[in-house]
Design a protein around this ligand. Structure first.
Ligand SMILES: N[C@@H](CCC(=O)N[C@@H](CS)C(=O)NCC(=O)O)C(=O)O
Length: 244
C-alpha cells in the first residue's frame, strides 16, 4: 500500500467514529472535492491540544480570555512536507499545491471568500440556540466539552429546556439564517451560491450543514426552510461527503 499524500486530523465523534465538527467538515468536503489522496486520523476531542502541540502547529484561535484554543482540522502533506492548521488556509494551500485538480477558490475571490467564511461562522454561532445541537460525543467527553463552553465562552451548551422554549429557539435559529439565505437568493437558480457553479463558499456553508444534520433534531424540517435552500445545497454536496 502506498502512503497517502495527506494526513487529515479530524475530531472523532463517539462510536461509530465519524466527522461531525463544522471546520473539519469544511476540510473534508474540500479534500473530497479536489480528489486528493488522503487518510484520516480521528482525534478524541480531549486530545486535540496534545496532537496540535506534538505536530508543532501554533494555535489559530484564542478563547475570549486571550488564552490559546487548540483546534482541528490540521493537514500534513507528506509529499510537500508541509503542515497547515486552519480550514481556510488548508483550502488556499490545496489550490496552490494542487492546481491541476478542481479549484476551490477562484484566484480573484480569495479575500471575499475569507470574509464570507467569517460571516458564515458568525451566522451559525449566534448565541442563544447552541443547546439545540446535540454533539455526538461520549458521556465523559460531552461533560468536558460543555464545561469548557460554559467556562471559556459563557455558552450554556446542553441545558434542558421546555418544549415551548425549544420551539422559540428553533424559530430564533431559523431567523438567524435569514441574512445568509438572502445572500444565496442573489442567484435564485441554485443549488450553489453562484448558481450551478460550486466554490469553496458552498463547502463553508456545507460544513455547518453537516454538523447540523448530525446534531439537530429538526434537520428534516430545516431542509425546507428558506425555500428549501439548505436541503438542496446539502444534497448537491452528497458526492463530497465520503468519510475515508
Ligand atoms: N479557524 C479554525 C477554527 C477551527 C475550530 O474552531 N475547530 C473546532 C471544531 S469546529 C475545534 O477544533 N474545537 C476543539 C475544541 O472544542 O476543543 C479553522 O477554520 O480551522
Amino acid at each position: 500500500m502506498t502512503t497517502p499524500h495527506i494526513t487529515f486530523y479530524d475530531i472523532a465523534s463517539a462510536a461509530p467514529v465519524r466527522t461531525f465538527a463544522p471546520n473539519p467538515w469544511k476540510t473534508r468536503l474540500a479534500l473530497n472535492y479536489k480528489g486528493v489522496d488522503y487518510e484520516t486520523v480521528f482525534v478524541p476531542l480531549m486530545d486535540v491540544e496534545k496532537v496540535r502541540r506534538d505536530l508543532d502547529v501554533p494555535p489559530c484561535r484564542l478563547y475570549p480570555d486571550g488564552s490559546s484554543f487548540y483546534t482541528l482540522p490540521i493537514i500534513r502533506d507528506h509529499h510537500h512536507q508541509i503542515i497547515k492548521g486552519d480550514s481556510f488556509d488548508i483550502a488556499l494551500y490545496l489550490d496552490d499545491k494542487y492546481p491541476h485538480l478542481p479549484r476551490l477558490i477562484p484566484p480573484s475571490s480569495i479575500s471575499i471568500h475569507a470574509a464570507f467564511n467569517q460571516f458564515v461562522d458568525t451566522v451559525f454561532t449566534r448565541s442563544g440556540v447552541s443547546h439545540l445541537f446535540k454533539m455526538p460525543l461520549d458521556a465523559t467527553t460531552i461533560q468536558v466539552f460543555q464545561k469548557k463552553m460554559m467556562d471559556k465562552f459563557n455558552i450554556p451548551w446542553g441545558m434542558v429546556t421546555t418544549a415551548e422554549q425549544e420551539k422559540k429557539d428553533v424559530e430564533t435559529f431559523k431567523s438567524n439564517l435569514n441574512d445568509l439565505a438572502n445572500v444565496f437568493r442573489c442567484r435564485d437558480e441554485g443549488p450553489f451560491l453562484e448558481g450551478a457553479c460550486l466554490s469553496y463558499a458552498d463547502l463553508i456553508v456545507g460544513g455547518w450543514l453537516m454538523m447540523i444534520e448530525e446534531t439537530f433534531s429538526k434537520w428534516d424540517e430545516m431542509r425546507g426552510w428558506h425555500g428549501g435552500l439548505w436541503g438542496r445545497l446539502s444534497d448537491a454536496l452528497d458526492k463530497y461527503k465520503e468519510i475515508n
